[in-house]
Write a protein of this length. Sequence first.
Length: 409
Amino acid sequence: MSIEGCLDIQLVMNGSQINRVEIQSSRPVHASRVFHGKRINESLTTLPLLFNICGVAQACAGVRACEQALGLEVPLHMEQVRDKLVNMETLREHLWRIFLDWPALLDKQLLDEQSLKQPLQTQEMSEIIKYQQDHRKLLTAGSNPFLLEPDIPVIRTANCQPIRKLNQLLEKSIFAMSPAKWLEIDSLEKLQYWFESSETIAARFLKKIHQNQWQSLGCNNITGLLPLETKSLETKSLEAGNLNIDTLYTQFKNENFVKQPLWHNKCYETSSLTRVDSPLLQLLHRQWGNGLMSRLVARLTEMAQIVMTLLDDGENPVSAMSQERCDIQGSGIGVVSAARGLLIHHVCVEQKQIKKYQIVAPTEWNFHPQGVVTQSLAGLQGDSEQINIQAELLINAIDPCVGYKVHIV
């Protein structure tokens, strides 16, 4: 039942430089119109099936938008359960990209020659799915937390078995040390020592980027999209990239916002790089901006931070994104930090029936025709083979939620 579409990315060369980048999308950005006229819980049940890429995040954004439209108050522990499930999905998505894509990007010939490695990756991905399923069962007791007025008790999951096993998988296959220990890396020298002395796919991948001096590859001036803020922010703050709920409602009146979103007439990026912070990332950003090395380390950092949060299971406050309210009766906006960036759902309801449903996914921000991918690719130089390799690395690092094709002409 799922729908996807694809991205067609054309790089027009002028000698050894890229003269123009063109991105064409066949993503069905208006597919959510299928919910028009449907009952809310019926639509919320179908939502993660229709958009099965990051289906948990889609379901979470959807129910939050509907709850806001109906003026429903949600217990804090319920929002925390949802956040944990979204975090688990984000961790799974990052791991899948590493296990599925990084070996081929590291060395396609080596991947073909070492075919025995594929069963190991398949086994690890199967384990990740099982850990996610077990974690959800433990948190929800078999109930659906993404329907209206869910009735799920408070369940403590600190050091639960699925998370402990996932932590062990990260230690063995990604970090070659505990994620907590890896997060202590706070200098370029320590980072280099890690990827020079470790044999995990993540370490070898960063080592290749270092050896080819691709740390700043794709660096550009696109600003990161900031989280949803309160209504009291001044205009100056809003123009700096802060989403504001009242302004968002105005934006959704423009149908093109769903297809090619802009904020104050500017393109923005939303990704792990724009929402994760650490002393190491601050150092990398000063050294190489939002180039390739910063992007890869941001993904690894987010993975380590998520598993530490899930292990702790503390009473972490729910962000303003899930609690913000508006004054427009019957309308709601749900915002979730999904694996690939900020996911926004807008809904209008009447008597528990959906009248209008719109979605802005991270891919529409990042793969906007003038967005961060276009700006990243525009600065590449070299022959067509080099350009193709570098383009694949950057596109994978920014990470669309659909398939894509790169054409060099």
